[in-house]
Design a protein around this ligand. Structure first.
Ligand SMILES: *Cc1c(COP(=O)(O)O)cnc(C)c1O
Length: 430
């Protein structure tokens, strides 16, 4: 494939934008080479600036449940834009949006719209701290909750109990307030709670993790987590920025049958526009200003274009519950195809899938937490990624990300992907 125009644009971009991109993973750092610049997306396909066509499995990192530019979202946007782009004052679409979120996700009694997943998680933590009048939070290693300072913390090595920042610019005091537990390991949570008695405001988790590859939290683990939070008066936050409306209309909490106190949303909720939301129990959410004292605000929050796109997406989900059956069927077809390829190639790489979130790890170990995820051979992933790219399949440019299947990936798309998967693997594993 010829990438001349992309390569030229990337050189130019680096002169004006740090690293040439507006979000780091796009730069292909973990797979090497130059990123592809895209011009157009339609359905399951994306077209780059050199005229190459790709079957897309990133879906803008999750939002495109219905593929690129679905006609019903486009027409909702056109209708909204005719009325103006922003009011900075209340609008009916905000009410409709809040109402439909509550209908689809019953644990959400009150909801506040924001502009990104990061804003949603950082605001959820703030209100949880205010509600409990406690300061520390627990997160799980390998879970991603956006880029607020107090989430950019990893476990300290060896005997260190304090976390350490994963980014320069994050303070030690932020690290001191964020405690790291192991995903799917309730003992690690109990230990932290015991060491920080009456000091934990919130536990935040991706109930279906999608940022260390795809890993579903064990049901029993989540039940115990729910019970612990009740006993210790800790706010349980499900970060469903990725899993919300992706794995089911009611998100991971619907499939797992566990109600968090607060939930954060993003990605699909914006129908492709920049949107996030956080919501949950009334007693907690009514502490948000102006009903309560916890400050949270946004110039463009509840923006009418974003609400129109998001409301179109959620309405479609509400009216077409059958899409999740179809997504499951197609995603399972892809998984089976991958598994048959692996068998033919005598490899037993782990494939984790929940609905239309899928990840193949280059390890034969079972992947159920961060440690097992990082046992994957990322060099092999990088080679596989480039083979797939050249075969016209656009995968996440990093091992520890999810592939997303949309409602418009056709059987033909899936078959072509399975074929490319076989040929690419065959080239790279020997
Ligand atoms: C993407 C993501 C975020 C961050 O959302 P942004 O809109 O990128 O700020 C937070 N949590 C999870 C689980 C995510 O997948």
């Amino acid at each position: 494939m010829d990438f001349t125009n992309s390569n030229n644009l990337f050189s130019e971009a680096k002169r004006y934008i740090p690293g040439g991109v507006n979000s780091p993973v796009r730069a292909f750092k973990s797979v090497g080479g130059n990123p592809v610049f895209f011009e157009r997306g339609v359905g399951s396909k994306m077209y780059d600036v050199d005229g190459n066509e790709f079957i897309d499995y990133i879906g803008s990192w999750g939002p495109h449940l219905f593929g690129h530019n679905p006609p019903f979202i486009k027409s909702a946007l056109i209708e909204a834009i005719d009325n103006g782009t922003s009011f900075g004052a209340p609008n009916e679409l905000e009410v409709k949006m809040a109402k439909i979120i509550k209908e689809l996700v019953p644990s959400v009694e009150l909801v506040r719209m924001v502009n990104s997943g990061t804003e949603a998680t950082m605001s959820a933590i703030r209100v949880a701290r205010a509600y409990t009048n406690k300061e520390k939070i627990i997160k799980f290693e390998g879970c991603y909750h956006g880029h607020a300072d107090y989430f950019l913390i990893k476990a300290g090595s060896g005997a260190l109990t304090l976390g350490v920042p994963t980014s320069p610019g994050v303070t030690k005091s932020n690290a001191a307030d964020t405690l790291l537990a192991d995903f799917n390991n309730i003992e690690s949570v109990k230990n932290l709670i015991n060491q920080n008695k009456d000091n934990i405001a919130a536990i935040i988790i991706e109930p279906i993790a999608g940022n260390m590859g795809v890993i579903k939290a064990d049901e029993n683990f989540l039940v115990q987590l729910r019970n612990l939070c009740n006993e210790e008066k800790i706010v349980l936050i499900f970060d469903e920025v990725m899993s919300g409306f992706r794995v089911a209309a009611g998100g991971a909490q619907e499939i797992l049958g566990i109600e968090p106190d607060l939930t954060t949303f993003g990605k699909i909720i914006g129908g492709g526009l920049p949107v996030g939301a956080f919501g949950g129990k009334k007693a907690i959410m009514q502490m948000i200003a102006p009903e309560g004292q916890v400050y949270q605000a946004g110039t463009l929050s509840g923006n009418p274009l974003a609400m129109a796109a998001g409301y179109a997406a959620l309405s479609y989900i509400k009216e077409h519950p059958e899409i999740y059956v179809q997504l499951e069927k197609n995603s399972s077809y892809l998984e089976q195809g991958f598994k048959e390829n692996l068998k033919k190639l005598n490899k037993n790489f782990a494939i984790n899938r929940v609905g239309s979130m899928l990840c193949m790890f280059f390890t034969e170990a079972e992947v159920n937490d961060y440690k097992s995820a990082v046992s994957s051979n990322t060099e092999l992933y990088a080679k596989y990624f480039h083979e797939m790219l050249n075969a016209g399949i656009y995968l996440p440019p990093a091992q520890f990300e999810a592939m997303f299947i949309s409602t418009v990936h056709s059987l033909n798309d899936l078959d072509n992907t399975i074929k490319a998967h076989y040929n690419s693997l065959k080239k790279v594993i020997n």
